[in-house]
Write a protein that binds this ligand. Structure first.
Ligand SMILES: Cc1cc2nc3c(=O)[nH]c(=O)nc-3n(C[C@H](O)[C@H](O)[C@H](O)COP(=O)(O)OP(=O)(O)OC[C@H]3O[C@@H](n4cnc5c(N)ncnc54)[C@H](O)[C@@H]3O)c2cc1C
Length: 801
């Protein structure tokens, strides 16, 4: 053991060894993995070893695909057998809703380039796996790239391949403490002290404790999980070929062949947390006693699906723990304020995600950014609110229990809610507000009459007309929306202007003005679609998506200089937006200030009723609109004053579902759909806000190179979709004559223009107005036509009025 390495990876499970391998592979061999006991001594040794490429999050599905393709490579490189059985596998649909969902998901997989899957009938499924009782099965999604590996062999293969590239593995050496110092980290181990530039927490079941060693409280918890392995099944022994795997979501089980028997895994509703503060240090190759009573209901379904189980003995029970984050996705990446401390934790499916996690993290450590957009597993998608133990327990438990339960895009899940509420929450609830959640905060979706229940669906829901009425009220008179769920950062200090000028790609607005502000990475990828406000008193604001608060704060912290203060004021400052042709008249009745003189994108301080507020004239609805920001203590009074003043003007309180419909009618892009860290400014049209003539800013060289090049292969376009009872939601493939020419970034119904709309990233030569295309909507191919951007009020008259 040397006393210094460039990187120390803590944890010798599937994730730690993959990180080690990728660091060495990408050119950093001076890396060392430290393992408490021996490799695999966490949850890795007792995993079922199943792998498959399909995942509901397309970016994560792509990384799972990468992992599977990598497996045979590391086997070859290391010379260590990983016992790979690529049997193929299928996901069953036993309800019409699941079948609809699978047909829809199949199209999304086409979008992301997973070509080796296809829809099959119940008969074909039963022929492929004759152990299965096909009763109730409506169809299935088959995938070639499904199978399983020998878990211990695979961990050793990653480690072996890493060692061949110069990396070091040290076993039987627990990390006891971590100390941050200016050039990196001091790692105190049982065998001595090591210093390093970077430290990686890949401690699996012990991730919580290794986080606490650095003062970090990670939102992660272990839960117990069962599978059983049977004795030899005569029908299996008689087969010439290995059986394909089956995932049976409605049956809450997954199965694969194990030697001449079967492995059956269970995801039960009655979940069981285990050691929420992390596994004991002396825990190793033990398992928990099986708890058949707790999994009985699901087990019975398994026995119905595979009747041969009734006639065969059970050879082995496994009840072991592995870790979950609140949404079930890994927690990967750097932690704000902890320089060069990296997470590779909460990897629920290490054998199918570990490769992608290792690749992304190694790229991040070495190059400063991962190649793919992996926001879905970025540790910064959670903030301080997610450190709460009860929140972690409720959300991880909910995820586990619903692992095989279908989720609908319009469904609201109860765990960990309501936790954070704007002050008007109760008043708004009394007014019929139905809530969604963003970054722990309750945000308004729409306002419905008492007793209304929205039915979960993949199609247009029964809230369709309610949202339509909110859109029309805004366009005809005015809509009021609680915008506490926008992020707000205050930047001040002598260097504030220079810092912002370097951070943002736009020209900074003069005093009393706001501006749309793309923020780029050095590689020219998007880091934000922010709005910058110059309040004229030495303070500036940046506003953006609420759920990116921690993500953006980490970026600001990483680029901090002397002479500025950046404060996240998102908890203290809340507000309302009022938009629509009557918005000015309503505000005028509440202020003596020159509100009528505020130009589009102007901003200033006004007294609105009894509230001293900061007001900006802008709105994503495409109407004349104002964003009114106030302290949390003023929120209730401000809302009441606005509603009172608006009563005679037809003001209606609306939610974000209406706002999203209206922004689509204006072809205004939003983050996570049209704008992501995977795209450049040129691809998304955000380059029109870049100030090419100003001095240097982050990403300038890359943006200039893009500008001087042949142009992006794909561009954003607006589509009118011949939809019937459902609208696009995102990632549906767009076709022309059977050729895939792009995919939908977001979609919905334009209630004021009465059309189904989508925004799509499509091949540049297919983006001309009038081009006839098709698009899959919930699995059904529909006609689509490229239309000019902003089908509502294309000249922007309403906004400028
Ligand atoms: C019953 C069951 C079935 C499963 N089936 C599958 C499946 O089919 N497919 C799949 O992909 N996944 C499956 N999983 C999940 C899989 O096991 C995990 O995703 C994976 O093991 C996580 O790996 P890891 O490296 O993050 O953590 P771990 O395997 O827990 O590794 C962490 C390592 O860190 C070491 N460590 C911790 N603290 C320290 C310290 N202070 N100093 C030094 N070393 C330390 C530990 O000793 C341990 O070896 C299953 C899990 C269970 C329980």
């Amino acid at each position: 053991m040397k006393s210094h390495y460039r990187v120390v990876v803590i944890g010798g499970g599937i994730v730690g060894t993959s990180v080690l391998y990728h660091l060495a592979k990408f050119g950093w061999p001076d890396v060392c993995l430290i393992e408490r006991k021996v490799l695999t001594a966490g949850s890795s040794w007792h995993a079922a070893g199943g792998v498959h490429a399909l995942n509901a999050d397309p970016n994560i599905a792509a990384l799972q695909g990468y992992t599977i393709d990598l497996l045979s490579e590391i086997e070859k490189e290391s010379g260590q057998s990983i016992g790979m059985h690529m049997t193929g596998g299928m996901t069953l649909a036993s309800t019409p809703e699941r079948w609809e969902w699978l047909q829809s998901a199949y199209r999304v997989f086409q979008t992301i380039g997973i070509e080796d899957c296809r829809l099959i009938s119940a008969e074909e499924a039963a022929a492929l796996n004759p152990l299965m009782n096909p009763e109730g099965v409506q169809g299935a999604l088959w995938a070639d790239r499904e199978g399983y590996v020998d878990t211990t062999g695979t961990v050793h293969a990653y480690a072996g391949a890493a060692k061949k590239r110069g990396a070091t593995v040290i076993e039987n050496n627990r990390v006891l403490e971590l100390h941050e110092f200016p050039d990196g980290w001091q790692v105190v181990t049982e065998k001595g002290i090591i210093t390093c530039e970077h430290v990686v927490n890949a401690a699996g079941l012990w991730a919580k404790q290794v986080g606490r060693m650095a003062g970090i409280e990670l939102p992660v918890s272990p839960l117990n999980h069962h599978y059983l392995i049977t004795d030899t099944i005569p029908e299996v022994a008689a087969l010439d070929e290995e059986l394909p795997m089956i995932m049976d979501p409605e049956g809450f089980t997954y199965m694969r062949q194990d030697q001449k028997g079967m492995l059956l895994g269970i995801y039960e509703a009655d979940h069981d947390h285990w050691m929420m503060d992390g596994a004991p240090w002396d825990y190793g190759f033990e398992l928990q006693q099986e708890d058949i009573g707790r999994i009985e209901n699901e087990l019975l379904k398994g026995f119905e699906r595979y009747p041969c189980l009734n006639d065969v003995g059970i050879k082995t029970w496994v009840n072991g723990a592995f870790t979950f984050s609140p949404d079930g996705n890994p927690l990967v990446g750097p932690v704000r304020g902890k320089r060069n401390y990296w997470c590779a934790c909460a990897v629920m499916a290490g054998f199918l995600q570990g490769g992608g996690v290792g690749k992304s993290l190694a790229e991040w450590i070495i190059h400063g950014e991962p190649e793919a957009d992996i926001f879905g597993m970025d540790v910064a998608r959670y903030g301080d609110y997610a450190q709460n133990k009860r929140y972690i327990k409720e959300t991880t438990g909910q995820f586990y229990s619903r692992r095989f339960v279908m989720s609908y895009p319009n469904e609201q899940l109860p765990a960990g809610r309501p936790a954070r509420m704007a002050p008007s929450y109760s008043d708004m609830t009394a007014a019929g507000c139905r809530w969604g959640v963003s970054y722990g905060l309750e945000v308004p979706l729409y306002f419905a009459p008492q007793g209304f229940e929205e039915a979960p669906t993949l199609k247009r829901s029964n809230a369709f007309d309610i949202v339509g009425a909110e859109c029309r009220a805004t366009r005809d008179a005015a809509g009021l929306i609680d915008i506490s769920g926008y992020s707000r950062f205050e930047i001040s200090g002598p260097n504030a202007e220079a810092w912002l000028d370097h951070l943002l790609a736009c020209k900074l607005p003069p005093a009393g003005r706001a501006k749309l502000a793309p923020m780029l990475s050095p590689e020219g990828k998007l880091k934000g679609d922010l709005t910058v406000f110059n309040w004229g008193d030495g303070t500036w604001w940046l506003m953006g998506s609420y759920y990116l608060r921690e993500w953006h704060m980490r970026w600001f912290t990483d680029h901090m200089v002397d002479g500025i203060t950046v404060r996240d004021i998102g908890d203290d400052t809340v507000g309302f937006s009022i938009a629509g042709p009557k918005s000015l008249a309503i505000l005028q009745s509440l202020t003596d200030g020159p509100i009528a003189e505020l130009p589009l994108m102007g901003c200033g301080t006004f007294d609105i009723g009894l509230t001293r507020a900061r007001v900006g004239r802008l709105s994503v609805t495409g109407e004349r609109g104002y964003e009114i920001h106030c302290s949390a203590a003023d929120h209730i009074a401000l809302r009441r004053a606005l509603l009172r003043a608006g009563a005679d003007h037809g003001l209606r309180e609306v939610g974000f579902n209406a706002v999203l419909s209206m922004r689509l009618e204006k072809s205004f892009g939003i983050w996570s759909a049209e704008f992501t860290q995977g795209y450049t400014a040129g691809q998304t049209g955000l380059d029109r806000w870049i100030a090419w003539d100003k001095g240097d800013f982050i990403g300038r060289d890359a943006a200039l190179t893009e500008r001087g090049g042949p142009g992006p292969a794909q561009v954003l376009a607006t589509l009118e979709v011949g939809a019937v009872d459902a609208d696009c939601s995102g990632y549906e493939p767009v076709w022309q004559g059977g050729e895939r020419v792009g995919f939908v970034t977001s979609g919905g119904y334009g209630h004021s223009i009465g059309k189904s709309l989508a925004m799509a990233m499509i091949d540049r030569d297919k983006a001309a107005e009038g081009t006839e295309l098709t698009v899959h909507v919930v699995g059904v191919e529909r006609p689509a036509t490229v239309i000019a951007p902003s089908p509502y009020d294309p000249s922007g008259k309403a906004m400028r009025a």
